[in-house]
Design a protein around this ligand. Structure first.
Ligand SMILES: [Cu+2]
Length: 299
């Protein structure tokens, strides 16, 4: 072991840059290899996604992790590498004193800004695709989030003397169930008569605020049958934790059978979607028709 002369640190710095670069490449390669959508580890903790909109969101999630890990590996390599390569090797040695290094300063200002722009643009792109709405979805669901459960309305879905809307009213003891046909585009119109809730299904990778007085809506295209958990994603109050529900994505026949089963009890049937609170005076269907007229805003 000889003395480390200051003029030899240029070579060391080059070695350091090379190792940091290869650590980053290894991280990206590992990330790409491990990120299938088949396993939970590959999905980086996300559940299996059963909507087309959710697939884009899952890809964004995986891409963001790969980019963050690659950045992490480069940063960790630099932190550890610098500590090892530039450690004091001799009592008499004074290391090279670097300051006002303009290229380095420009690099660490510009590069993070570029990274933020890239992350931001991908997020906006995916958000816009996920929130795209088609003119006439296969199924309209009027969702009501109220303290402390959900009501799911299926407007114009049955033909009985009591009306054409069937609904399921969830309670703390009997959590709400939502039936949806598979391979269909579903539109959720969200209403709240009291406080801000948030309607979301992890397996759809979609959720949205349910705001009193606001006409929020989104669509999903279901791709796989199954039973999935749903919840309120907004800390809405005392019994927020009770706002669980269950989503059944079923075949077209099972979906029709469920609606008919629901309609057998006149307590589950009404003329208009039931919304409770102030919405009792403003039927949801009118709002759906109104917002269909100015659908252009969504495009
Ligand atoms: Cu809630």
């Amino acid at each position: 072991m000889g003395l480390r002369h200051p003029e030899r640190t240029g070579e060391t710095a080059r070695r350091l840059r090379r190792s940091a670069g290869s650590a980053g490449l290894v991280a990206i390669a590992l990330g790409l290899a491990g990120c299938s959508k088949e396993t939970e580890a590959g999905r980086l903790g996300m559940p299996e996604i059963v909507t087309t909109q959710g697939q884009d969101i899952l890809s964004l999630w995986q891409g963001a992790w790969i980019a963050a890990l690659a950045t992490g590996f480069v940063v960790w390599a630099l932190i550890i590498g610098v500590a090892v390569y530039f450690r004091r090797r001799n009592e008499d040695e004074i290391p090279v004193q670097t300051r006002y290094n303009l290229p380095v300063e420009i690099f660490y200002t510009i590069f993070p800004i570029i990274m933020v722009i890239v992350f931001f643009s991908h997020t906006v792109r995916v958000q816009n695709t996920a929130l795209e709405m088609v003119e006439d979805p296969d199924v309209n669901i009027v969702v009501v989030g109220q303290k402390w459960q959900w009501t799911f309305n299926y407007p114009e879905s049955v033909d009985t003397p009591e009306g054409s809307n069937v609904f399921f009213n969830g309670t703390g003891d009997n959590i709400a169930e939502l039936y949806l046909p598979v391979d269909s585009t579903i539109e959720f119109r969200l209403f709240s008569p009291d406080v801000v809730h948030n309607f979301g299904v992890p397996a759809f990778a979609m959720r949205m605020d349910v705001v009193p007085g606001a006409d929020n809506a989104f669509q999903v295209h279901t791709t796989e049958e199954g039973t999935y958990a749903g919840k309120c994603y907004e800390l809405c109050g005392t019994y927020h934790s009770r706002m669980l529900f269950e989503v059944h994505v079923v075949s077209q026949d099972e979906y029709q059978a469920y609606l008919e089963r629901l309609a057998q009890d006149p307590d589950n049937v009404s003329e208009e979607p039931v919304q409770g609170g102030t919405y009792a005076e403003a039927p949801a269907l009118e709002e759906i028709e109104e917002s269909d007229e100015d659908e252009g805003e969504h495009e």
